[in-house]
Write a protein that binds this ligand. Structure first.
Ligand code: NAD
Length: 239
């Protein structure tokens, strides 16, 4: 980050009273969790099916064992730890300058870093329920199971993760919209802004300052935004 951009970013943060952070898989790559679209992302790795197909509702219903093989291998990152980006955002919330984190991630790292208000648009690997009786199961249960994880009642245990073709939770959307409307600064980070409807939510932002921190340009071209190209952990740590 050159010093001119850094100063601009610092100036925005100084006059911010209520920021909201909107992030994606790029926020967790510095914690060792691969994203989808980077050079080392899951889309560049070879599987029998493309990741969007494996992570779809139809695939879950029709090839449940194959879904769980991929899910355990690539999505269940139970030992990953928060990086400097997660930690800084949690600090800003504690200090009172950031009101919410809206995330497309399912890894729970914002909460591990201490963030309280985390709106998980795509759910979480840490919550799992039996599709038949609704019993709760931990992520460890899924990890330690073989094949298709089954409840005591015989039902399939499904992660509370929003798969492609499934709707987002209404309450999470409503809360995200109200946070975006009330904020004066929006920080978008580590997302290609290509997964809808999540990416469309940033249109509800009603404040003055938009900062986009991303390695490589994200798909969305946000008018008036300050674009900062680089690793989000390194950038936030230096602010
Ligand atoms: P994406 O993979 O489409 O895009 C990630 C973006 O972040 C890319 O533009 C990439 O260049 C950038 N990036 C990567 N590392 C970065 C870093 N250290 N600093 C700054 N930028 C960085 O991810 P997306 O937009 O979130 O959409 C994909 C979907 O993938 C989401 O719906 C999400 O649920 C899911 N996903 C989540 C996880 C997770 O929970 N950690 C991991 C993989 C995929």
């Amino acid at each position: 980050m050159d010093s001119f951009i850094k100063e601009k970013l610092r100036a925005i943060m100084r006059r911010t009273e209520r920021a909201v952070f909107f992030g994606g898989a790029g926020v967790s790559t510095e914690s060792g969790i691969p994203d989808f679209r980077s050079e080392n992302g899951l889309y560049r790795q070879k599987y029998a099916y493309p990741p969007e197909q494996i992570l779809s509702h139809t695939f879950f219903m029709e090839h449940t064992a194959e879904f769980f093989r991929f899910y355990r291998d690539k999505m269940l990152c139970l030992t990953a730890q928060p990086n400097a980006a997660h930690i800084k955002l949690a600090e800003w919330e504690k200090e009172g300058s950031l009101s919410a984190v809206i995330t497309q991630n399912i890894d729970g790292l914002h909460q591990k870093a201490g963030s309280k208000k985390v709106l998980e648009l795509h759910g979480s690997i840490w919550r799992n329920h039996c599709v038949r009786c609704g019993k709760f199961y931990s992520a460890q249960t899924i990890q330690e199971s073989d094949g298709v994880p089954l409840c005591e009642c015989g039902g399939i245990i499904k992660p509370d993760v929003v798969l492609y073709e499934e709707p987002l939770e209404r309450e999470v959307i409503a809360e995200s919209i109200s946070e975006l409307k009330a904020a004066d600064t929006l920080i978008v980070g580590g997302t290609s802004l290509t997964v809808y409807p999540a990416a469309g939510l940033i249109d509800y932002f009603g404040g003055k300052n938009i900062v986009v921190i991303n390695r490589g340009a994200p798909a969305g071209n946000i008018r008036g935004a300050l674009y900062v190209d680089g690793s989000i952990g390194e950038i936030l740590e230096r602010l």
